[in-house]
Structure formats: C-alpha cells, structure tokens
Design a protein around this ligand. Structure first.
Ligand SMILES: [Zn+2]
Length: 446
C-alpha cells in the first residue's frame, strides 16, 4: 500500500528543494521523492494527501531531551547554574509514583507535536523508554548514572547494566537504550570510564553533559565552587586540575559513540580534538542562554568534523520541547557570537536537526533526509498565516516560522503519529495528566 504526501515545498535535506513536490511512502520506507506529477505518474493507484501551502521535510531529530522533565518548565528561572541544579534536586522527591510516567508521556507527545520523529533522551528514572515507545517515536533513551570519587566504578557500571537488562525486553521497537554518565562533575573519572566501557561493550551510545558551565569547569578542576557546594550532601568532587574535555580525552573516552551535550566552554584546540575523535556534539542553545552558560562555538565544532546536532534539553532549562525555537536560537546565537550573518545558515540549522542528528545518534542511513530507501519519518509544516506562505527558500521559511502549532502531521516509520486536526484533545489530556506532579513540585499539596 503506497501513500503519497504532497506539498508546495518538499525539502529533502541533502538534495535540492522541490516545488509542488511529493513523497511516496510504502511499507514504512520512502519509495520516491520528486515533483508531484512524476511521483503520481509512478504510483497511479496511490492515495494522495495534499498538504497545500506547507513544507514537507524529514521529521526532526531532537538529539537531547529529558522527556521525564516535561512539567519542569520555569522552575528556578534566573538562578545561577549550580543553584538551578540544587532547586531541581530539591523538588524531585515531591513527586509520587505515576508522576514521572505522566510527565514522560507528555514529553513524548509534545516532541511529536513539534515535528520530531527521533529523540536522544537522557533518562533518570527509565520512564522515557515506555513513553517514547508508546508514542511511536524513534531514538535512544540513555539511562543516567552517577558516582563520585568514593564510588566503586565497577559496581556503578554493573548496577546500570542490570537496569539496562531489566528494560531490554521493552526496547525491541524503534526506541533503544544507551548509557548516560551524567557529567564529569557528577561522575568521577574512573566511574565515567567504566560507564563508557559499558556502552562500548554493548554497542550503544553514551551521552554526557560536558563543558556546559563555568561552574562545571571550576568543579572538575578544583573540586570546589558552587556546584561542589550544591552537591555536597550527595557527593564530593575530586580536584583533577583538568578541563572536562581534556580529562575525558586523557582517558581515551572521547571517540565514536560518545555524545557530548553542550560543549559550550571549549577552545579551538578542544573543538578540533572533538571533531577528529569521531565523537558527536549536541547543541542546546536556549538552555545554555537561559542558564547563563554561554554560546557553544558551533561553526568551529562543525568545521572540525564533529556531527553537531540540536537538542532542546529539558523544559527545566529551555522551557519547552519547541525544536523550531531551538533552531532559531542556534542561528541567532552563532551569528551573534561570530559577528557574521553567514556563521550558521537556516539550511545549516536544518541539517543539524536532521542528517547530523541522525549521525550523532547512530541512525545515519536510516533517517535524517527524504531519499528512497530511508525510513519514512516526515513532518509537514503549515505556512498559511505566516509571512512565508509564499516561500522563496523553504529552509528559511521553516526556520523562521516553524512552531509546534504549525505542524500539520508527524510521521514516524510510515505511520502518522501526530495530526494537528485530530490530536488537540490528546494533547490536552496529556497536559492534564502531568499537572498534579507539577503542582506537587511547586509545593501545592491541595
Ligand atoms: Zn540535559
């Protein structure tokens, strides 16, 4: 059974845009991309859904999410990084069983609503796996692990391996499991090495928050400062005298399969080393801006050859899962930082959120573009009601005007997983289900 989707603009990524184009989908895969007339002539019996004044493109890859924090938006806004972290650690115990699951389910649906087909999640509780799978998303859920200098590295890795084993039967669909050594400040070097070793032994990706804040650099170098103070009740932090990137590189931990989230505070030499290593980077510009962390050197990292993906991080820092706002922030931040209007183009940003996101998550050749043989992950963005309804460049149009509210449908593996015209009640129900947990975190116990 072949289904055709047509739109005023087809934006394949990696190939030229097509005016009045269409995509043929059969058995969950892309069968053909081209002008509508040609695609229809090749599939005369297929149904055609015409999406009109819209851009049809690969579903986006949100390469760093925390679905379980879907209801955390705005908490601690304006606090310095360490105080913000402490605020979240203090609120989390107020949740009761069921709250995390409801938040993860909301997060998964909000990602689909934003036009995301693939996620790279970092998961504290493991609830993201069931939520993402149930929603029909694709991607990897990286289970977070922590362990200071007094922890036994093998014991931390073994405990995480047990958690992975327990969840493995639920990870046989489009969502797989990975490992997340949380960060160099919350995971001591030997523990970090054991966790990366576990990921490598299992052939899965490892995702860590690295070089995010100046406070992190101070904590890892000196074992002191605001993060050490904020985490004092949980762990001590060893003074290593090193920058987090150098510390991990010293131990041979930066390489293929490691996904460095943030990489804000890296110099040119570190960016070059990351690019040469085969490691991937996820850029989360709104989170970095709102927490006062800075702007990552995206052009340098991309020039060095690293796949630099885009992630919203969690609503705890970025406010929501709006990947379109993230794309705009990436473009704005790169141009502001470099003082050049061509520092990052709309097309570059889209590539980061599609092909490069797929590369970062090990899904190159599976998703990230519209091309025959790839899995059929698509999003259609409605341009009606925007100044871009008559679009000159569809990449510019979607980066400037894209928003969850403008997503007409999101298709993953050939299946429509979100449709704006049909899913308003579903979104409202997920928001309502997550609200009691949010109230508890605010401290409202009525
Ligand atoms: Zn994160």
């Amino acid at each position: 059974m072949t289904q055709l989707y047509a739109a005023d603009h087809v934006l394949p990524v990696g190939a030229e845009p097509v005016r009045r184009g269409a995509v043929a989908v059969a058995d969950g895969a892309i069968a053909m991309v081209g002008p509508l007339d040609a695609v229809r002539a090749a599939h005369p019996e297929a149904d055609v859904e015409d999406l009109g004044r819209a851009v049809l493109m690969p579903a986006l890859v949100n390469a760093h999410t925390h679905l379980e924090y879907a209801g955390y938006g705005g908490f601690g806004d304006g606090l310095p990084f360490a105080a913000w972290l402490a605020d979240h650690i203090a609120r989390r115990p107020r949740l009761v069983p069921g709250d995390v699951e409801a938040q993860a389910a909301l997060g998964a649906l909000l990602c689909l609503q934003a036009g995301v087909g693939t996620i790279g999640d970092a998961s504290y509780a493991g609830a993201s796996l069931a939520a993402a799978t149930a929603a029909g998303l694709r991607g990897t859920v990286h289970l977070e692990a922590f362990g200071g200098p007094d922890a036994d590295p093998a014991a931390v890795a073994d405990a995480l391996a047990e958690r992975l084993d327990a969840l493995e039967p639920a990870a046989r669909g489009l969502v797989g499991l990975g490992v997340s050594p949380h960060s160099p400040y919350s995971v001591a070097p030997a523990v970090f090495a054991a966790l990366v070793g576990l990921a490598r032994a299992r052939g899965v990706t490892a995702m860590a928050h690295v070089a995010e804040s100046a406070a992190e650099l101070e904590a890892v170098r000196d074992g002191s400062g605001p993060i050490a103070d904020a985490l004092a009740a949980l762990t001590r932090i060893e003074a290593t005298g090193r920058h987090p990137v150098d510390l991990l590189a010293d131990r041979g931990l930066i390489g293929p399969g490691l996904i460095l989230v943030h990489a804000v505070h890296v110099d040119d030499a570190q960016a070059a080393a990351i690019g040469a290593s085969g490691a991937a980077v996820v850029h989360c510009p709104r989170s970095n801006a709102l927490l006062g962390c800075g702007i990552a050197p995206v052009p340098a990292l991309r020039a060095a050859g690293a796949p630099v993906a885009i992630g919203t991080d969690s609503p705890a820092s970025a406010g929501d899962f709006d990947i379109w706002a993230e794309l705009r922030a990436a473009v704005q931040g790169a141009r502001a930082r470099e003082g050049r209007a061509d520092a990052l183009t709309a097309g570059d940003a889209i590539r980061m959120a599609t092909l490069d996101g797929a590369r970062a998550l090990g899904l190159e050749g599976v998703v990230g573009a519209l091309a025959p043989g790839l899995r059929a992950d698509l999003v259609a963005v409605d341009l009606v009601g925007t100044p871009y309804a008559e679009a000159e460049d569809p990449a510019v149009a979607v980066v400037m005007a894209g928003a969850p509210e403008r997503v007409l449908l999101t298709i993953v593996d050939g299946v429509v997983r979100y449709r704006r015209s049909a899913d308003a009640e579903r979104v409202a129900a997920a928001l309502a289900a997550a609200e009691p947990g949010r109230r508890r975190m605010i401290g409202d116990t009525d």
